[in-house]
Design a protein around this ligand. Sequence first.
Ligand SMILES: Nc1ncnc2c1ncn2[C@@H]1O[C@H](COP(=O)(O)OP(=O)(O)OP(=O)(O)O)[C@@H](O)[C@H]1O
Ligand SMILES: [Mg+2]
Length: 345
Amino acid sequence: MTASLEQLRRCHFAVDLGAARTRVYVRGAGLVVDQPSVAAVNTRSGALIAVGDFAERMRGRTPAHIRVVRPVSGGTVVDIEMAQRMLRGLLGDRLRRALRRKPFLRAAACTPHEADPLARRAAVETLVGLGARRVELVDTLIAAAVGCGLPVQQPEATMIMACGTATTQVAVLSLGSTVSSERIPVGGEAVDHAIVQHLRHQHELMLPSQSVRPLHVALSGIGLTAQGPTSTEIRGRDVVTGLVRSVQVDTAAVREAIETPLTAVVDVIGRVLRECPPDLVADLVDRGIMLVGGSALLPGLDEMVRQATGMPVHIAERPDVCAVQGLGYMLEGRIEPLALGPIVI
Ligand SMILES: Nc1ncnc2c1ncn2[C@@H]1O[C@H](COP(=O)(O)OP(=O)(O)OP(=O)(O)O)[C@@H](O)[C@H]1O
Ligand SMILES: [Mg+2]
């Protein structure tokens, strides 16, 4: 990380291409884009119709000739061309022109921890297509740790858990890099899926595709936590009749339904801690775990981690934008590099 901090300082913009949302930070301007990673295409002409929020609203409501696609999956760009078109759309003409005016455009992007070479290549290609002459890649976990103000460069342990859409990544960081880490393919999506399956099996109710993702967001207001009310009303389509119906859903049963994915998430922490040297674990007992990523907002997740590990658990102030914020801090030169070069005597 120290080696590339110099390079990062020279970047003009930073991109976090997430499975759910795309975020762009422009040096000097701040966070300029935070929209769903979605594009709507006309399959007859191949033209791009909409991107971001508007395209997301179209999902599940399109006629046959319009297709709503997600060019990023599990933190990896799976359709480079579409990702470029989506990014161009999200940036807009004015911003794109401003960036293009730079004589040697440099970009930064964050990639999932231990991303394979193909995934890294895809991230680079996407930004090169946008006009970047050089692309710096940063580990999402390090970017997020910087973004939420953890002292990553210090010789002390910090533990971070990034709860994303399709993956959860946990790592212990010290001296600007990862000491032990793990990534599992379980994230907010798996929790959504568990809730949808529960409603289908127990109440024979199908949710419209738009409410699948934000369902637990809707539930959070009235409480998925044990302190919340015991039931809540959900509206959906009856599996058999196809008619709209609303049911009273028992929140305790929903909590039980999402236990499997959440247990998998909590188990990772134990495995990462077991691999970690004892000195660092001792640091962590006081400092605790920092939760970042949109799914960190899942009500009750922090309490669950607290109970399972006995360690203090904190949720970052803006968990969803931590990674891009961290990239932004690096671009703006707000992070002091720790000189780890050889000592000259
Ligand atoms: N308030 C909330 N409560 C519960 N879950 C939430 C909330 N807000 C967002 N989420 C969930 O967080 C996830 C999105 O998180 P985030 O914005 O970090 O995704 P991303 O960066 O695009 O994904 P990834 O980093 O995995 O590629 C989604 O699964 C969404 O359902
Ligand atoms: Mg992310």
